[in-house]
Design a protein around this ligand. Structure first.
Ligand SMILES: Nc1ncnc2c1ncn2[C@@H]1O[C@H](COP(=O)(O)OP(=O)(O)OP(=O)(O)O)[C@@H](O)[C@H]1O
Length: 949
């Protein structure tokens, strides 16, 4: 249980602290100042309060019962407000003494503590040594004032208990240490009251510091007040036991309670690891070392001072009293010497003075309470006590703050610091290792990435090299194509030249014809004029003849005398008549020949006009074709330029793939070709075939999706041309070309795209295996939709051609009708363009023919699907107005419809019998005429109708 505060290694440094506070202390260490605020005692206002002067209070004990009974007069009169005590020697003589504090009989323990001891306790807490000592005659209340435990009544607690209470309230349990020793000095022997077996404890003085210690005495660390009370009780019991042994109730020993307080100035920071971590070497220099405040509080209950002669003691007690008096006397001497500033202080004369060396004339803050009894009986003791107190008041201590380097704390701090640095080093090391691992990992990843990238680059290079070669080849082929185009252009230019010459010639011829016609007209006019003259002449002659006949008849009625002259006249008349007749005949013959010639000239004129018209049409067509070719050449040049520009950036299909503008749509949709045109188209086909071979169908089809409209148009043209060839048709569809074309047709807003795409689809629709696919993918619907939106005859011609091709597949008829294909065909007639109408008529002929065949084979029944869409009415009423070839298609379609008896009613209603009759008689085709006749003959309803009308 015992621990030794002195076992700790420490170096104590002393510094005199200028008194700055009410209790005379220097700068206090960091601690609660709350207690300081309570220092409201009068003593604080004294001038000496800041000095190290021993402070002395006097307390008068209440009268005992005996003293009251014996009615002793008081020798003490107190003037508390003046802090004065009047000591009355007798009724007429008295002395007045001023003390630092004067306590009457009724002064409470608490007030006595706060005035006498508390400032010292606070000073001790601040790091100064302190002493509170009670001095007085036996039985005047020293033990009552100092050592009262107050177990039953805390208000009775004496200075010791209250001091410990205050100390507990102010120290930090974690960092501060408080321990006590409790001793008694008896017969110049120091005995440990906490360990009574320890006797004869020496008083050792440090020659350097003057620090007094009692080696061997128990120093018990106190944790709480209860523990202290228990120890105090133990000490009291031991002291009481010693007294009992000596057969005395009175305290014949000086009791000394030593309270050791060690306070760490940095106690609060010690547990803060982070602050320890920040300690640097420079901070460990001397003025940064952790300091420890070590202070000591001595609470001394002196044995009673009394005069041997008066107390009546004898024997051993005399001896005892002598010792007591010796010690008290030497204390008094020391105090006298100190009071008088004597150079020699007889400290060594007794153990008490040695023990109290620091309390009087030392560095401690000392407070003395002198206790007196009121009774005059003890006047001299009281006077002696008062004088002791008065002298003690003159003693001034050099109060010093004693700090020690707290090596234990420092050591702990350094250990923390070392721990922190070690763990920090480990942590840093670990971090570095992790970092190194991460870096190595990253390095490996980078290396792998580098290798991978290099591989990719080499593959890419190879690929680019291939692409470059491919592009070179493509460029070469495009250049070739361009050259071919150029030569084509030259040829076309020549052709145009020829045509222009032909045109000139035709114009010349036309001019000549015109002149001829003019001459003819003039001649005709002349002849007509002449005829008119002759007629007039004839009429004149006739009139003359009539006149003559009239004259003649008149003469016949004349008398016979004139008979001779009449005969003569009749002869003359006959001659004239003959002449007139001859003239009439001549005139009639001339008129007839003139009329014949006139007719011949008219026929000739008609022929010439027809020829001229044909020439004009041809010229117009060639002119249009020439313009188209020129456009194509310009586009090809641009495309070639684009390709050359793209070559360096390695974009293989950025450039346009061009082809001729004339679509080879095959079948009846084709424009008639001259021999030269056929050669040109053949050359174009070759070029397209080359492009097809070099670029590849998939790449060409991919260009259909190009964002460049020109590229799209030319790609569609190429596909359309390829689709004109039987061999390509299925392949284009198989590679998704049909889908793309349909999508393009549906989504594009561009009229050119509509035209060429419809042409491409028309060509694909020539192939019977493609027809089903086109229908299946909604092709008819798309075509019908575009047809409803456009008025461009070329586009309509392509669409009509495509649908016409689909009409030739009887399996698709129902779908075709459902998807609006038939209505679309009929609707396209509105454009009035002969080429379009020809395609429409072809479509209906195809449809009717296949339908008729289906019915004959028994695959279908019922009236024609064409009837439902109003086609029959159109055919029945319009065929005569179209060209011969268109008419033939319509006639054929009509005749096929007439074969189906289910259509009879509608044919009759539409007036179709008349048409059938006409066809049977006038159709240019024999088979059509036969079909018409067959229908008329075989269908009794027709015969009935014919007879009825
Ligand atoms: N101020 C006081 N109020 C009431 N009773 C007191 C007072 N002072 C002393 N007494 C009483 O007087 C008696 C003697 O007191 P105490 O034992 O404290 O005197 P003492 O000075 O210590 O004597 P000794 O020196 O012989 O030990 C006790 O019974 C104590 O209770």
């Amino acid at each position: 249980m015992a621990s030794s505060a002195h076992s700790r290694g420490s170096v104590r440094t002393e510094r005199q602290v200028p008194p700055a506070r009410g209790n005379g202390g220097g700068n206090p260490p960091a601690r609660s100042r709350s207690s300081s605020a309570k220092r409201s005692l009068r003593v604080s206002s004294d001038d000496d309060k800041n000095s190290g002067r021993v402070r002395v209070a006097v307390r008068v004990r209440p009268k005992t019962t005996e003293e009251n009974d014996l009615d002793f007069t008081d020798c003490v009169e107190l003037q508390p407000e003046l802090r004065r005590l009047k000591l009355k020697k007798n009724n007429w003589s008295s002395e007045s003494y001023r003390f630092d504090e004067v306590f009457t009989e009724s002064a409470s323990q608490r007030r006595v503590y706060e005035a006498v001891a508390k400032p010292v306790v606070e000073s001790v807490l601040d790091g100064y040594n302190g002493t509170v000592m009670a001095y007085g005659q036996t039985g005047t209340g020293k033990t009552y004032t100092v050592g009262r435990l107050g177990k039953d009544d805390p208000s009775e607690r004496g200075i010791m208990v209250r001091a410990l209470e205050d100390i507990f309230a102010n120290i930090s349990p974690g960092s501060d240490i408080m321990a006590i020793s409790y001793l008694q000095l008896y017969l110049e022997t120091i005995q440990d009251l906490l360990a009574p077996e320890k006797t004869n404890i020496p008083v050792v003085e440090d020659p350097k510091t003057g620090e007094v210690s009692l080696p061997g005495s128990a120093i018990v660390q106190i944790k709480d007040l209860n523990q202290f009370l228990e120890l105090l009780q133990v000490g009291e019991a031991n002291r009481h036991a010693a007294n009992t042994k000596l057969n005395t109730e009175s305290s014949r020993s000086h009791a000394v309670l030593v309270v050791h307080i060690n306070r760490s100035l940095e106690g609060k920071k010690e547990n803060d690891a982070s602050s320890l971590a920040n300690v640097t070497n420079s901070e460990l220099s001397s003025h940064h070392l952790p300091h420890l405040l070590k202070s000591k509080l001595l609470i001394v209950d002196l044995a009673g001072s009394e005069r041997i002669d008066k107390s009546g003691i004898e024997g051993h007690m005399i001896e005892e009293t002598k010792f007591i008096n010796l010690s008290l006397t030497s204390l008094g001497k020391c105090i006298n010497a100190l009071a008088e500033n004597s150079p020699y202080i007889p400290t060594r004369e007794s153990k008490l003075t040695r023990l109290l060396r620091d309390s009087f004339g030392g560095t401690a803050r000392t407070s003395l309470i002198v206790t007196v009894g009121p009774s005059a009986r003890y006047y001299s003791e009281t006077a002696s006590t008062i004088m002791f107190g008065q002298r003690a008041m003159k003693v001034v201590n050099a109060v010093k703050l004693k700090e020690e380097v707290d090596y234990e704390s420092l050591c702990r701090k350094l250990e923390y610091h070392v721990d922190y640095l070690t763990s920090e080093t480990d942590r840093q090391q670990k971090l570095r290792e992790n970092e190194k691992e991460q870096l190595e990992k990253k390095l490996k990843e980078k290396e792998a990435f580098l290798v991978e990238t290099e591989k990719k680059i080499s593959v890419k290079c190879e690929h680019l090299e291939k692409e470059r070669n491919h592009l070179v080849l493509e460029t070469q082929s495009l250049l070739k194509a361009l050259n071919i185009q150029k030569s084509e252009k030259d040829k076309l230019s020549q052709e145009v030249g020829h045509l222009e010459i032909s045109l000139k010639q035709a114009k010349q011829q036309e001019l000549e014809n015109l002149n001829y016609q003019k001459v003819l007209a003039e001649t005709t006019q002349m002849y007509e004029k002449k005829i008119a003259q002759l007629i007039k002449q004839q009429e004149d002659e006739s009139s003359r003849c009539a006149d003559l006949e009239e004259q003649l008849s008149g003469m016949k009625n004349y008398p016979s005398g004139n008979k001779k002259s009449v005969q003569m006249q009749e002869k003359e008349i006959d001659e004239l008549k003959g002449e007139i007749l001859k003239l009439n005949e001549d005139a009639a013959s001339t008129i007839q020949s003139l009329r014949a010639r006139n007719n011949e000239l008219s026929l000739e004129k008609e022929l010439l006009n027809g020829e001229l018209k044909t020439l004009k049409d041809k010229l117009l067509y060639e002119e249009r074709k020439r313009r188209c070719l020129e456009d194509e050449i310009i586009i090809l040049k641009n495309a070639l330029n684009d390709d050359n520009a793209e070559y360096e950036s390695k974009r293989p299909y950025k450039g346009d793939i061009t082809t001729k503008s004339t679509l080879s749509l095959g079948g009846p949709a084709n424009i008639p070709k001259s021999n030269r045109s056929r050669e040109t188209i053949s050359g174009q086909k070759d070029t397209i075939s080359k492009i097809f071979e070099e670029v590849g169908l998939s790449n060409i089809l991919a260009l259909l999706k190009s964002e460049d409209l020109d590229v799209q148009i030319h790609a569609v043209k190429v596909v359309a041309n390829l689709a004109a060839e039987d061999v390509n048709q299925e392949r284009i569809v198989a590679e998704g070309g049909l889908d793309t074309l349909l999508l393009l047709l549906e989504s594009s807003e561009d009229a050119n795209i509509h035209r060429v795409t419809a042409g491409a689809i028309a060509n694909l629709a020539m192939n019977s295996s493609n027809q089903g696919l086109i229908m299946g993918k909604g092709g008819a619907r798309v075509l019908a939709n575009i047809a409803s939106k456009t008025e461009d005859p070329q586009t309509l011609r392509m669409i009509a051609g495509a649908i016409a091709n689909l009409c030739g597949n009887e399996k698709l008829h129902v779908t075709l009708k459902k998807d609006g294909g038939l209505k679309a065909l009929l609707g396209m007639v509105q454009c009035g363009h002969s080429d379009v109408i020809a395609q429409v008529a072809r479509g209906f002929a195809n449809f009717a023919k296949c339908e008729s065949r289906d019915i004959i084979l028994g695959h279908r029944k019922g009236r024609s699907l064409l009837i439902e869409d109003g086609v029959l009415n159109w055919m029945a009423t319009s065929s005569a107005t179209f060209s011969a070839s268109t008419r033939r298609h319509i006639e054929l379609a009509f005749c096929h419809l007439a074969q189906n008896e289910d259509n009879t009613l509608e044919i009759i209603r539409s007036g179709g019998i008349k048409e059938l009759i006409r066809i049977s008689r006038e159709s240019s085709r024999e088979d059509t005429r036969n079909l018409a006749m067959k229908a008329l003959d075989s269908n009794p309803a027709f015969s009935t109708e014919i007879h009825a009308t």
